[in-house]
Write a protein that binds this ligand. Structure first.
Ligand code: SN0
Length: 314
Protein backbone atom coordinates (compact mmCIF):
# COMPACT_ATOMS: atom_id res chain seq x y z
CA UNK A 1 0.00 0.00 0.00
CA UNK A 2 1.36 3.45 -0.88
CA UNK A 3 -1.32 6.03 -0.16
CA UNK A 4 -4.41 5.34 1.95
CA UNK A 5 -7.52 7.29 1.01
CA UNK A 6 -10.27 4.77 0.31
CA UNK A 7 -11.20 1.10 0.36
CA UNK A 8 -9.91 0.94 -3.22
CA UNK A 9 -6.40 1.08 -1.74
CA UNK A 10 -7.02 -2.20 0.10
CA UNK A 11 -6.19 -5.37 -1.80
CA UNK A 12 -7.64 -7.82 0.71
CA UNK A 13 -10.17 -6.27 3.04
CA UNK A 14 -10.84 -9.32 5.23
CA UNK A 15 -7.08 -9.71 5.76
CA UNK A 16 -6.77 -6.03 6.79
CA UNK A 17 -9.67 -6.39 9.27
CA UNK A 18 -8.02 -9.50 10.67
CA UNK A 19 -4.71 -7.67 10.95
CA UNK A 20 -6.47 -5.02 13.06
CA UNK A 21 -7.97 -7.71 15.29
CA UNK A 22 -4.58 -9.44 15.66
CA UNK A 23 -2.85 -6.17 16.54
CA UNK A 24 -5.57 -5.45 19.10
CA UNK A 25 -4.79 -8.78 20.80
CA UNK A 26 -1.08 -7.93 20.88
CA UNK A 27 -0.54 -4.21 20.12
CA UNK A 28 3.24 -4.39 20.48
CA UNK A 29 3.76 -7.46 18.27
CA UNK A 30 5.38 -5.28 15.58
CA UNK A 31 6.94 -2.68 17.88
CA UNK A 32 10.19 -2.50 15.94
CA UNK A 33 8.70 -2.33 12.41
CA UNK A 34 8.70 1.48 12.41
CA UNK A 35 11.96 1.97 14.32
CA UNK A 36 13.84 5.03 13.07
CA UNK A 37 10.83 6.21 11.03
CA UNK A 38 8.88 9.41 11.54
CA UNK A 39 5.22 10.10 10.87
CA UNK A 40 3.99 13.70 10.57
CA UNK A 41 0.27 14.33 11.12
CA UNK A 42 -1.10 17.61 9.77
CA UNK A 43 -4.49 18.82 10.96
CA UNK A 44 -6.36 21.45 9.00
CA UNK A 45 -9.44 20.71 11.14
CA UNK A 46 -10.24 19.59 14.69
CA UNK A 47 -9.59 16.02 15.76
CA UNK A 48 -9.69 14.07 19.01
CA UNK A 49 -9.90 10.34 18.18
CA UNK A 50 -8.06 10.42 14.87
CA UNK A 51 -5.23 12.46 16.28
CA UNK A 52 -4.67 10.40 19.39
CA UNK A 53 -5.36 6.95 17.94
CA UNK A 54 -3.14 7.46 14.88
CA UNK A 55 -0.37 8.76 17.11
CA UNK A 56 -0.82 5.78 19.44
CA UNK A 57 -0.77 3.43 16.45
CA UNK A 58 2.51 4.92 15.27
CA UNK A 59 4.02 4.62 18.74
CA UNK A 60 2.88 0.98 19.01
CA UNK A 61 4.77 0.31 15.76
CA UNK A 62 7.92 2.00 17.08
CA UNK A 63 7.65 5.18 15.01
CA UNK A 64 8.22 8.72 16.16
CA UNK A 65 5.15 10.87 15.59
CA UNK A 66 5.00 14.64 15.10
CA UNK A 67 1.61 16.37 15.21
CA UNK A 68 0.98 19.80 13.79
CA UNK A 69 -2.09 21.97 13.60
CA UNK A 70 -1.78 23.13 10.02
CA UNK A 71 -3.23 26.52 11.03
CA UNK A 72 -0.02 27.16 12.97
CA UNK A 73 2.15 27.19 9.85
CA UNK A 74 2.00 29.46 6.84
CA UNK A 75 -1.29 29.77 5.02
CA UNK A 76 -1.01 27.41 2.06
CA UNK A 77 -1.93 28.00 -1.57
CA UNK A 78 -3.28 24.80 -3.10
CA UNK A 79 -4.08 26.08 -6.61
CA UNK A 80 -1.43 25.78 -9.29
CA UNK A 81 -0.45 28.77 -11.39
CA UNK A 82 -1.57 31.41 -8.88
CA UNK A 83 0.05 34.83 -8.46
CA UNK A 84 0.67 34.65 -4.73
CA UNK A 85 0.33 38.30 -3.81
CA UNK A 86 -2.52 37.86 -1.30
CA UNK A 87 -2.70 36.11 2.09
CA UNK A 88 -1.24 32.69 1.15
CA UNK A 89 2.49 32.57 1.98
CA UNK A 90 3.52 29.10 0.79
CA UNK A 91 2.52 26.82 -2.07
CA UNK A 92 1.56 23.17 -1.50
CA UNK A 93 4.26 22.25 -4.03
CA UNK A 94 7.00 23.35 -1.63
CA UNK A 95 5.13 22.53 1.60
CA UNK A 96 4.40 18.90 0.67
CA UNK A 97 7.94 18.40 -0.65
CA UNK A 98 9.43 19.93 2.50
CA UNK A 99 7.34 17.86 4.94
CA UNK A 100 8.41 14.80 2.91
CA UNK A 101 12.03 15.56 3.89
CA UNK A 102 11.15 15.06 7.56
CA UNK A 103 8.51 12.35 7.33
CA UNK A 104 8.38 8.74 6.15
CA UNK A 105 4.57 8.88 6.25
CA UNK A 106 2.32 11.98 6.24
CA UNK A 107 -1.24 12.04 7.59
CA UNK A 108 -3.63 14.79 6.48
CA UNK A 109 -6.98 15.86 7.90
CA UNK A 110 -9.01 18.20 5.75
CA UNK A 111 -12.77 18.87 5.82
CA UNK A 112 -14.86 19.90 2.80
CA UNK A 113 -15.80 23.50 2.07
CA UNK A 114 -19.47 22.41 1.77
CA UNK A 115 -19.79 25.25 -0.75
CA UNK A 116 -17.90 24.04 -3.85
CA UNK A 117 -19.16 20.52 -4.51
CA UNK A 118 -17.01 19.74 -7.52
CA UNK A 119 -13.84 20.79 -5.74
CA UNK A 120 -14.77 18.91 -2.56
CA UNK A 121 -15.65 15.77 -4.52
CA UNK A 122 -12.34 15.92 -6.39
CA UNK A 123 -10.75 15.75 -2.91
CA UNK A 124 -8.60 18.64 -4.05
CA UNK A 125 -6.48 19.29 -0.94
CA UNK A 126 -5.72 15.62 -0.24
CA UNK A 127 -4.83 15.02 -3.88
CA UNK A 128 -2.59 18.08 -4.10
CA UNK A 129 -0.69 16.69 -1.10
CA UNK A 130 -0.40 13.30 -2.80
CA UNK A 131 0.78 14.93 -5.98
CA UNK A 132 3.57 16.96 -4.41
CA UNK A 133 4.67 14.72 -1.51
CA UNK A 134 7.33 12.08 -2.08
CA UNK A 135 6.25 9.79 0.79
CA UNK A 136 2.97 7.89 1.44
CA UNK A 137 -0.06 9.97 2.43
CA UNK A 138 -2.70 8.67 4.84
CA UNK A 139 -6.12 10.33 4.90
CA UNK A 140 -7.12 11.29 8.44
CA UNK A 141 -10.58 12.24 7.00
CA UNK A 142 -10.74 14.08 3.72
CA UNK A 143 -13.47 16.16 2.14
CA UNK A 144 -15.44 13.06 1.12
CA UNK A 145 -14.11 10.03 3.01
CA UNK A 146 -12.98 8.91 6.47
CA UNK A 147 -11.29 5.58 5.72
CA UNK A 148 -9.61 4.95 9.11
CA UNK A 149 -13.00 5.40 10.76
CA UNK A 150 -14.59 2.96 8.32
CA UNK A 151 -11.94 0.33 8.93
CA UNK A 152 -12.42 0.68 12.70
CA UNK A 153 -16.18 0.33 12.12
CA UNK A 154 -15.69 -2.89 10.16
CA UNK A 155 -13.42 -4.28 12.89
CA UNK A 156 -16.18 -3.44 15.41
CA UNK A 157 -18.88 -5.08 13.28
CA UNK A 158 -16.70 -8.16 12.80
CA UNK A 159 -16.27 -8.44 16.59
CA UNK A 160 -19.97 -8.06 17.36
CA UNK A 161 -21.87 -9.68 14.50
CA UNK A 162 -24.05 -12.69 15.33
CA UNK A 163 -24.67 -13.84 11.75
CA UNK A 164 -22.44 -14.20 8.71
CA UNK A 165 -24.50 -11.59 6.82
CA UNK A 166 -25.68 -8.95 9.32
CA UNK A 167 -28.27 -6.30 8.48
CA UNK A 168 -26.51 -2.94 8.69
CA UNK A 169 -28.53 0.28 8.55
CA UNK A 170 -27.06 3.72 7.93
CA UNK A 171 -29.52 6.19 9.43
CA UNK A 172 -29.45 9.96 9.03
CA UNK A 173 -30.23 11.88 12.24
CA UNK A 174 -30.76 15.59 12.88
CA UNK A 175 -27.97 18.01 13.80
CA UNK A 176 -27.78 21.79 14.40
CA UNK A 177 -24.84 22.29 12.00
CA UNK A 178 -24.16 21.40 8.37
CA UNK A 179 -21.82 18.39 8.50
CA UNK A 180 -19.72 16.62 5.85
CA UNK A 181 -20.89 13.49 4.04
CA UNK A 182 -17.45 11.91 4.48
CA UNK A 183 -18.15 9.44 7.28
CA UNK A 184 -21.33 8.18 5.60
CA UNK A 185 -19.79 7.93 2.11
CA UNK A 186 -16.87 6.01 3.46
CA UNK A 187 -18.94 3.70 5.64
CA UNK A 188 -21.03 2.73 2.61
CA UNK A 189 -18.11 1.93 0.35
CA UNK A 190 -16.35 -0.13 3.04
CA UNK A 191 -19.43 -2.09 4.18
CA UNK A 192 -20.25 -2.70 0.52
CA UNK A 193 -17.02 -4.67 0.21
CA UNK A 194 -18.17 -7.06 3.00
CA UNK A 195 -21.00 -9.56 3.19
CA UNK A 196 -23.85 -7.51 4.70
CA UNK A 197 -27.43 -6.46 3.99
CA UNK A 198 -26.94 -2.71 3.75
CA UNK A 199 -29.87 -0.26 3.97
CA UNK A 200 -29.80 3.54 4.04
CA UNK A 201 -32.57 5.59 5.63
CA UNK A 202 -32.87 9.37 5.47
CA UNK A 203 -35.51 12.06 4.93
CA UNK A 204 -36.27 13.02 1.33
CA UNK A 205 -33.65 15.37 -0.09
CA UNK A 206 -30.75 13.79 1.81
CA UNK A 207 -29.64 11.45 -0.99
CA UNK A 208 -25.89 10.94 -0.83
CA UNK A 209 -23.63 11.05 -3.90
CA UNK A 210 -24.71 8.33 -6.36
CA UNK A 211 -21.14 7.03 -6.58
CA UNK A 212 -21.46 5.90 -2.94
CA UNK A 213 -25.07 4.66 -2.92
CA UNK A 214 -25.21 2.74 -6.18
CA UNK A 215 -27.00 -0.59 -5.70
CA UNK A 216 -27.86 0.06 -2.02
CA UNK A 217 -31.50 0.05 -0.85
CA UNK A 218 -32.71 3.48 0.33
CA UNK A 219 -35.90 4.02 2.31
CA UNK A 220 -37.42 7.19 3.76
CA UNK A 221 -39.19 5.05 6.38
CA UNK A 222 -36.75 4.88 9.29
CA UNK A 223 -38.85 2.43 11.34
CA UNK A 224 -39.16 0.02 8.44
CA UNK A 225 -35.38 0.17 7.96
CA UNK A 226 -34.76 -0.60 11.64
CA UNK A 227 -36.82 -3.80 11.63
CA UNK A 228 -34.54 -6.79 12.19
CA UNK A 229 -31.36 -4.69 11.98
CA UNK A 230 -28.19 -5.97 13.67
CA UNK A 231 -26.35 -2.64 13.53
CA UNK A 232 -27.73 0.91 13.45
CA UNK A 233 -24.99 3.22 12.23
CA UNK A 234 -26.10 6.80 12.78
CA UNK A 235 -24.69 9.94 11.23
CA UNK A 236 -25.90 13.36 10.27
CA UNK A 237 -24.89 14.76 6.93
CA UNK A 238 -25.81 17.90 5.01
CA UNK A 239 -27.50 17.67 1.63
CA UNK A 240 -25.48 16.56 -1.39
CA UNK A 241 -27.99 17.77 -3.99
CA UNK A 242 -28.56 21.17 -2.37
CA UNK A 243 -24.91 21.07 -1.51
CA UNK A 244 -23.99 21.70 2.12
CA UNK A 245 -27.51 22.78 3.11
CA UNK A 246 -29.53 21.74 6.17
CA UNK A 247 -32.95 20.68 4.81
CA UNK A 248 -34.41 19.23 7.99
CA UNK A 249 -33.86 19.24 11.73
CA UNK A 250 -36.81 16.95 12.32
CA UNK A 251 -36.36 15.55 15.80
CA UNK A 252 -38.57 12.60 14.87
CA UNK A 253 -35.40 11.19 13.22
CA UNK A 254 -33.44 11.07 16.52
CA UNK A 255 -32.39 7.54 17.55
CA UNK A 256 -34.42 6.45 20.58
CA UNK A 257 -34.74 3.29 22.69
CA UNK A 258 -38.20 2.79 21.27
CA UNK A 259 -36.76 2.65 17.72
CA UNK A 260 -33.87 0.41 18.81
CA UNK A 261 -36.54 -2.01 20.11
CA UNK A 262 -37.59 -2.60 16.48
CA UNK A 263 -34.16 -4.09 15.71
CA UNK A 264 -32.82 -7.60 16.20
CA UNK A 265 -31.28 -6.59 19.54
CA UNK A 266 -29.25 -4.31 17.30
CA UNK A 267 -26.14 -2.43 18.30
CA UNK A 268 -25.87 1.35 18.06
CA UNK A 269 -22.84 2.82 16.30
CA UNK A 270 -21.60 6.39 15.78
CA UNK A 271 -18.16 7.72 14.90
CA UNK A 272 -18.31 10.50 17.57
CA UNK A 273 -18.39 13.33 18.44
CA UNK A 274 -22.13 13.04 18.95
CA UNK A 275 -24.73 15.57 20.08
CA UNK A 276 -26.64 13.86 22.89
CA UNK A 277 -30.43 14.08 22.72
CA UNK A 278 -30.28 15.58 19.24
CA UNK A 279 -28.73 12.77 17.20
CA UNK A 280 -29.32 10.02 19.78
CA UNK A 281 -31.11 9.80 23.12
CA UNK A 282 -29.11 9.34 26.32
CA UNK A 283 -30.97 6.07 26.92
CA UNK A 284 -29.43 4.55 23.76
CA UNK A 285 -25.95 6.00 24.15
CA UNK A 286 -25.79 4.89 27.80
CA UNK A 287 -27.13 1.41 27.07
CA UNK A 288 -25.37 -1.91 26.53
CA UNK A 289 -26.34 -1.65 22.85
CA UNK A 290 -23.94 1.24 22.27
CA UNK A 291 -20.60 0.37 20.64
CA UNK A 292 -19.30 3.94 20.35
CA UNK A 293 -16.43 3.59 22.83
CA UNK A 294 -15.37 0.28 21.30
CA UNK A 295 -15.39 1.94 17.85
CA UNK A 296 -13.11 4.63 19.24
CA UNK A 297 -10.87 1.98 20.79
CA UNK A 298 -10.64 0.20 17.46
CA UNK A 299 -9.41 3.38 15.77
CA UNK A 300 -5.94 2.60 17.14
CA UNK A 301 -5.88 -0.89 15.62
CA UNK A 302 -7.35 0.23 12.30
CA UNK A 303 -4.60 2.85 12.03
CA UNK A 304 -2.01 0.31 13.16
CA UNK A 305 -3.13 -2.20 10.50
CA UNK A 306 -2.87 0.44 7.76
CA UNK A 307 0.49 1.79 8.94
CA UNK A 308 1.76 -1.78 9.22
CA UNK A 309 0.88 -2.37 5.55
CA UNK A 310 2.53 0.87 4.44
CA UNK A 311 5.70 0.22 6.46
CA UNK A 312 5.88 -3.30 5.06
CA UNK A 313 5.85 -2.02 1.48
CA UNK A 314 8.33 0.84 2.06
C1 SN0 B 1 -17.17 15.66 11.68
C2 SN0 B 1 -17.99 15.06 10.54
O1 SN0 B 1 -17.39 14.68 9.51
O2 SN0 B 1 -19.20 14.98 10.66
C3 SN0 B 1 -16.12 14.72 12.16
C4 SN0 B 1 -16.55 13.33 12.40
C5 SN0 B 1 -15.42 12.39 12.66
N1 SN0 B 1 -18.07 15.96 12.79
C6 SN0 B 1 -18.27 17.20 13.21
O3 SN0 B 1 -17.75 18.12 12.64
C7 SN0 B 1 -19.20 17.41 14.40
C8 SN0 B 1 -19.21 18.84 14.80
C9 SN0 B 1 -20.32 19.24 15.76
O4 SN0 B 1 -20.48 20.44 15.92
O5 SN0 B 1 -21.01 18.41 16.34
Amino acid sequence: MKNFESVADVAQLSALIQKGIDLKADPLKAESLGKGKTMVLLFFNPSLRTRLSTQKAGINLGMSVINMNAGQGWQLEFEDGKVMNMDKAEHIREAAAVVSQYADIIGIRTFPSLTDRDKDYSDFILHQFMRYASVPIVSLESAIRHPLQSLADLITIEEHKKTARPKVVLSWAPHPRALPQAVSNSFLEWVNRTDAELVITHPEGYELAPQFTQGIRITHDQREAFEGADFIYTKNWSSFNQYGKILSQDEAWMITSEKMALTNQGKFMHCLPVRRNVVVADSVLNSEASLVIEQANNRTYAAQAVLHEILNTQ
